[in-house]
Write a protein that binds this ligand. Sequence first.
Ligand SMILES: [Zn+2]
Ligand SMILES: [Zn+2]
Length: 120
Amino acid sequence: MSMAYKKQETEKMCLECNKRFIGISRSKFCSKLCQGRNDAKAYVFVIDKKGNKVRRCKYIWEQQNGEMPKGKMIHHIDGNKKNDAIENLQLCSRKEHRLLHISIEKEARIMPFKACRGIF
Ligand SMILES: [Zn+2]
Ligand SMILES: [Zn+2]
């Protein structure tokens, strides 16, 4: 009997395409593709002065701080990509962002890295 090693796999419904799939308790999507589609929808986009479609979090951050440095990204402190209040936006490097999410995940064990992916 090696029950301890068995992952909790259950039948789930994909949040994006409503397809039924077998996944572990934390998975919400049937595929990486569906996860990506859902991520993209989670962000709010605006049109900047140059007519480019940009993520609202980037736009708001740049209104306050000037152009975002190359290689940096914005982390949503509360994990909600729709909460683009300036105090919820934290500028960090890709590496810092990853470490940040690893520590959040360790603490909460509910928020995977993909929960907030502010890559520009
Ligand atoms: Zn799906
Ligand atoms: Zn983040």
